[in-house]
Design a protein around this ligand. Structure first.
Ligand code: ZN
Length: 259
């Protein structure tokens, strides 16, 4: 069988850099063959670039995450990275209105929209982080609706908002958060999302699963997520896997080589 893709994992995280070779080897042995690795802050741009040049199955995305917005950083510095032929997306970018995030919302919005416009200019999908900001997200993206496509990463919005995100050409990605027994809101979303818009990711090493602590999560743990959602939807796992692989092909224009 062809290998699957972890559509969002931080092999560029400082805690994983030293063991990236063994992590990739364990993933390959488990049938997880490709890794979309989004940068998040200024330093991680170059780290991500280097990893992607060393490992051919690492597909890099470049962007500034809302937690790491730095007003003195000129977003034009992203251009060389976005123009690189191996770049798969702009990300991760987004809005985070959770109480622990101190970056002002208007600044978040300005930086987010600038990066969405870069994605359109470079004809790349967007990888979106969104917490407690889903309505603003929908309203901000609407003017760009026919020119963007991308992923709501580790989707945490409501089931009721899913159709709005689908109308914006966005796919919904599920992480270990959906495997938690009491995560009923996530379960409802994973049941509702149409098969032709579902993706899977681990967000390693940031999101725990029901059985694995966040810091220990690696791309091969994506199977716990897929198994859980297949059970939830009472569907054959192979059909779910095939659908998600077709979605990766469609969203990323066949640029991720399954092998
Ligand atoms: Zn992430």
């Amino acid at each position: 069988m062809k290998g699957i893709t972890d559509t969002h994992c931080h092999l560029n995280d400082a805690s994983l850099l030293g063991k990236i070779g063994s992590i990739i080897e364990r993933s390959l042995n488990a049938g997880v063959h490709n890794f979309i690795v989004p940068a998040y802050d200024i330093e991680s741009l170059e780290v991500t670039y280097k990893i992607a040049n060393k490992y051919k199955n690492v597909y890099p995305a470049y962007g500034i995450h809302p937690w790491y917005i730095n007003e003195s950083f000129d977003l034009n510095n992203l251009r060389d990275y976005l123009a690189d032929p191996r770049t798969i997306a702009v990300g991760e970018i987004g809005l985070d209105y959770a109480d622990d995030v101190k970056i002002p919302r208007d600044l978040q919005m300005k930086v987010f929209i600038s990066q969405v416009e870069l994605a359109i200019e470079y004809n790349l999908p967007v990888l979106i982080h969104c917490r407690r900001a889903h309505l603003d997200m929908i309203n901000a993206l609407r003017p760009y609706g026919d020119r963007i496509k991308g992923v709501m990463h580790s989707y945490s919005g409501s089931k009721e908002m899913i159709n709005d995100f689908l109308a914006l050409n966005l796919y919904l990605s599920f992480s270990g958060a959906v495997t938690r027994t009491h995560a009923k809101k996530y379960h409802r979303s994973a049941l509702f999302v149409p098969l032709d818009r579902i993706l899977f990711e681990t967000d390693a090493p940031s999101i725990s699963t029901q059985t694995v602590a966040a810091k220990d999560v690696e791309p091969h743990h994506i199977w716990e997520i897929i198994d859980f959602v297949a059970g939830l939807r009472k569907m054959d796992k192979e059909i779910l896997v095939r659908a998600s692989m077709e979605n990766v092909d469609r969203l990323f224009d066949g640029r991720i080589e399954s092998g």
